[in-house]
Structures are given as structure tokens and as C-alpha cells.
Design a protein around this ligand. Structure first.
Ligand code: UDP
Length: 329
């Protein structure tokens, strides 16, 4: 039996593929390589294509005995989603509808889904719990929430069992340095700061320092990408033993300000990392911190790399050895 991982060549997907392989699972990847990197797959069985290609999906489900799907393939930039909502509904919602249709057609009834803290929007309570209201402030969050609901209805209708994992801020890289984070253009804080340490940018822009937080910059909950990968594995084990549709937050339960992240990067890289304060970025809530108590109690999930310094060290290890990413070594 194999596990199909869609979007397995992306940042979180590729770390999950590696983690599953390290656990002895047989993995097959489907990725259109729009954002992903084939090099990150380290030779895993791979189909290049879209989740919207129903003929390809059907071919994969016929050729391999697929036990379950881990579903990452999606467009995932908040700002871009505001500019191109129709693309996000097409890639994310319609793409997932086609994937699930083929799963049901081929009697595959278990899925672990890459959801997001963006489903909550501006939080009412900190730390955020799974039972808190969901009011997304972007098409990105809205499409992820729509997919979570699609899964719930498909449980009622077809017995599809899903576990949706709402990630907070994924960061870090494979501790062994085999793979890492490579986005073009880069928009995430830690890789941007490390690009300054590598001399590829002059400074880091701090998007707003007048938030109601301890130093005025935004607070986020950074979680090691391998801890996220491990949560997908535990979610699959849960579906195998006790198949029930569920939603879990994945975070450290601890927040760091943008300025604290930059300071940690200074310590790890020994680079002064100059900063400039610029305007707030549209749609950024002041503080996002997860309560991951449900994932701890029901999945037995506990982050192995909770320290921000360790997360940055692992990211730095990969960036230092691969300063121009995967393609241009
Ligand atoms: N951020 C920043 N400068 C940058 C990139 C990000 O100040 O060049 C801030 C951003 O406003 C947010 C935090 O860093 O408060 C994390 O942003 P990121 O894009 O990494 O993740 P997000 O929280 O949007 O998922």
C-alpha cells in the first residue's frame, strides 16, 4: 500500500515526504512543480501534474494501491489570493473537489489535509483553539476553510475520513540539511532574514512596529517543519486506528515578535542584520499563537524542536550550503 502526497515537492510537502520515507512508508508524489522542486524529492516516485487533471489522478489510483492521501497541493500566498481570488478558488477548492472525486471513485477514504491558521482570521482569543470562530480575512484562508467543510460533507455522504491540520508559521529545515526552504520570490520572515545574513539583501523590513505587542512588531508561533511532518504521520496513524474526521492546530503555543526572530537570527548567523521599519502589511493580525493541546492529547503530538534558536539553526544550515536554493547550485 502506498501513500499519495500531493504537493510533495513544496517546502512542507517535501519535508513530509522525507519524514514518511524515514518511517518506512511507501510514498508517491504528485506535484505540478509550479512552486515545488524535483530535487527536494530525493528520488521519490513522482508524477508531474495537477490535482485538476482527473485522467492523471485516475491513472495513479489505478496503477498504485493507495491507502490514503496527504494533501498539500495548493496556492498559498495570502497577498496573491487577494489579487487573484478566482485562481485560488480554482486551484484549491476545485482542485480538491477533483482529487476527492477520484479518491471516492477508487475507494480511497482517508485524507490528511494541509490547512492553516488563516482560517481563523483576526483571532478573538489567544492562544487560538480549534473551537474558536473562523472568519478568514483572505481568499486563501477562505478556500482552505471551504475545503475543510467539503471534507465534512463528504464524510456524511461517502464516509471520507479527514484530518485537517491548521498550521501556524512553518519554519526551519531538515536537521540533517538534506532539503530546505526555497521560494521564488521569498516572502517568509526567517528565509528573508537569512538572505540578509548571506549578503543577498541589504536589510530586513519590519512590517509595522506599532502593534499592541511587547515591542510593537507582530507575534507569530513558529513551528519546525519536521514537527509538522511528524504530525502528518501521527494523523495518518490515527486514521488507520480510529478513522474519524477531525481538525487540529499545529503550533508551539509560544509566540515570538518579528524583532525577536531577527535577534535570534543575529545570534545564529553572527551577522548584524540591519533592519528598517516599514508600513504594516495588509491583513496581518497582531498576534497568532496556537493552542495545540488537542493535537497533543488526541494525536500524541509534541514538537521535538520547540526552540526558535534550533529552528533558525536548521534553516541556516541549509541556506548556508545552498545560498541560491535548489536550481542554481
Ligand atoms: N514580516 C516582516 N518582514 C518581512 C516578512 C515578514 O516584518 O520581510 C512579518 C510579517 O508581517 C508577519 C511575520 O513577519 O508578522 C511572519 O510573516 P511570514 O510571511 O513569514 O508568515 P505569515 O505570518 O504571513 O504566515
Amino acid at each position: 500500500m502506498s501513500i499519495l502526497i500531493t504537493g510533495g515537492a513544496g517546502y512542507i510537502g517535501s519535508h513530509t515526504v522525507l519524514y514518511f520515507r524515514d518511517q518506512g512508508e511507501d510514498v508517491i508524489v504528485l506535484d505540478n512543480l509550479e512552486k515545488g522542486h524535483e530535487q527536494a524529492l530525493l528520488g521519490t516516485t513522482f508524477y508531474k501534474g495537477s490535482i485538476q487533471d482527473e485522467a492523471l489522478l485516475s491513472q495513479i489510483f489505478k496503477k498504485h494501491t493507495i491507502e490514503a492521501v496527504i494533501h498539500f497541493a495548493a496556492s498559498s500566498l495570502v497577498g496573491e489570493s487577494v489579487a487573484k481570488p478566482l485562481d485560488y478558488y480554482e486551484n484549491n477548492v476545485l482542485g480538491t473537489q477533483k482529487l476527492v472525486k477520484q479518491m471516492i471513485n477508487h475507494d480511497v477514504k482517508q485524507i490528511v489535509f494541509s490547512s492553516t491558521a488563516a482560517t481563523y482570521g483576526e483571532p478573538k482569543n489567544i492562544p487560538i483553539q480549534e473551537t474558536d470562530p473562523t472568519n478568514p480575512t483572505s481568499p486563501y484562508g477562505e478556500t482552505k476553510l471551504a475545503i475543510e467543510k467539503l471534507f465534512q460533507w463528504c464524510d456524511e455522504a461517502y464516509g471520507l475520513k479527514s484530518i485537517c491540520l491548521r498550521y501556524f508559521n512553518a519554519a526551519g529545515a531538515d536537521p540533517q540539511g538534506r532539503i530546505g526552504e526555497d521560494h521564488t520570490p521569498e516572502s517568509h520572515l526567517i528565509p528573508i532574514v537569512l538572505q540578509v545574513a548571506l549578503g543577498q539583501r541589504k536589510n530586513v523590513q519590519i512590517f509595522g512596529d506599532d502593534y499592541q505587542t511587547k515591542d510593537g512588531s507582530c507575534v507569530r508561533d513558529y513551528i519546525h517543519v519536521i514537527d509538522l511532518a511528524a504530525a502528518h504521520f501521527l494523523a495518518l496513524q490515527k486514521l488507520r486506528q480510529d478513522p474519524k474526521t477531525a481538525i487540529y492546530n499545529l503550533g508551539n503555543g509560544k509566540g515570538f515578535t518579528v524583532k525577536e526572530v531577527i535577534e535570534t537570527c543575529r545570534v545564529v548567523t553572527s551577522h548584524p542584520i540591519p533592519t528598517v521599519v516599514s508600513d504594516r502589511r495588509a491583513g496581518d493580525p497582531a498576534t497568532l499563537i496556537a493552542s495545540a493541546e488537542l493535537a497533543a492529547s488526541e494525536l500524541g503530538w509534541k514538537p521535538n524542536y520547540p526552540e526558535l534558536e534550533t529552528i533558525v539553526q536548521h534553516a541556516w544550515k541549509w541556506h548556508e550550503s545552498n545560498p541560491t536554493g535548489y536550481n542554481k547550485k
